[in-house]
Design a protein around this ligand. Sequence first.
Ligand SMILES: NC(=O)c1ccc[n+]([C@@H]2O[C@H](COP(=O)([O-])OP(=O)(O)OC[C@H]3O[C@@H](n4cnc5c(N)ncnc54)[C@H](OP(=O)(O)O)[C@@H]3O)[C@@H](O)[C@H]2O)c1
Length: 268
Amino acid sequence: MRAEFCLGIIGAGQLGRAIAQGLLSSQFIAPEQLWISSRSLRSDNALSLADSQKVHRTIRNQDLIEHCDMVIVAVPPHLSSTLAINAADTDCLIISVMAGVTLAQLQQLSNNRRVVRAMSSPAAEKGLAYSPWFASEAITDTDRLAVRRVFEAIGQTDEVFDEAQIDQFTALIGPVPGFVAYYADCMVQYAVNNGIEAPIAERAVRQLFHASGVLLAESEASPKAHVDAMVDYNGTTAAGLKSMQASPLSASINDGLKAAFDKAREIG
Ligand SMILES: NC(=O)c1ccc[n+]([C@@H]2O[C@H](COP(=O)([O-])OP(=O)(O)OC[C@H]3O[C@@H](n4cnc5c(N)ncnc54)[C@H](OP(=O)(O)O)[C@@H]3O)[C@@H](O)[C@H]2O)c1
C-alpha cells in the first residue's frame, strides 16, 4: 500500500466517468488520488470531471497498475483484449465492471489471480448505484473491505458467492432504468389519451415515480408487503393492482428480464 491510497479507472466512458464522479463527490478520494486512462483522452470523456485538472490522466493503462492500489476496469467487453495490462507481482487489486467478462478471463487479461468481477451503473454519479461483486479465491479480507468501501461510496453493494449471479444482475441493473421509463411512458400515454396535456402528464409521472422510488427504497417493508397492504386496503390502488395481477403483466416482466439476461450472456 502506498502512503496515500490511489484508485485507477480504465475507461472514461459513461460508466467509468460516473464512478469517478461519484467517488469524488462522496469525497471517498481526492482528485490527486484518482488515475484515469482511456484510449484517446477525448475532452468529451474525462475532461468534464469536476476537479479534472488534478486527476491523473494517461493513455497507458499500465500506468494505473503501477501507481494505484485498486483499478476498476470499465471498457467495453469486446475491447477487453486490448487492455494491455500486467498486474503480476503487484499489489494492485483489479475490479472489472465489464458485462459478461468472466473472472477467469479477467485473471488471464490481468495476469493476476487477485481479481473481482462486479456490476454497477451510471447512477454511481449520484451515489445511487447498486454494485454486487464476486471475488476470486485469492482475495484477502483486507481486499474485501476495500471493495465494499469503494462501492458503498457510490451507492449500495453486496458480495455474492456465485458468479452466475453477476450475469443475472447484469440483466437487472443495466436494463431496469429503461424498463421503468417504459412503464412511465405507458402511464403518460394513458394520461394523454384521457385528455391531460402531454407536458403536465410527463411532469406528474416523473414526480410520482420519483416519490414512489424514494419511498420504496427508504421503507423497511418489502415490495410484496407494499402490494399486499394496498390490496388489503381495497381502494383504487387495489382495483388497479387486481386487474394487473390477473393480466399476463408479471409473465411479460419475466420475459423482458430473461431476454436481457440472454443478451448479457451473448455479450460476454
Ligand atoms: N454504461 C452503462 O450503463 C453500463 C452499465 C453496466 C456495466 N457497464 C459496463 O461498463 C463498461 C463500459 O461501458 P460504457 O458504457 O462506459 O462504455 P463507453 O461509454 O463506450 O466508454 C468506453 C471507454 O473505454 C475506453 N476504452 C476502450 N478501450 C480501451 C482500452 N483498451 N484502454 C483504455 N480505455 C479504453 C474508451 O476510450 P476512448 O473513448 O478514448 O476510445 C471509453 O473511454 C462495459 O464493459 C459495460 O459492459 C456499462
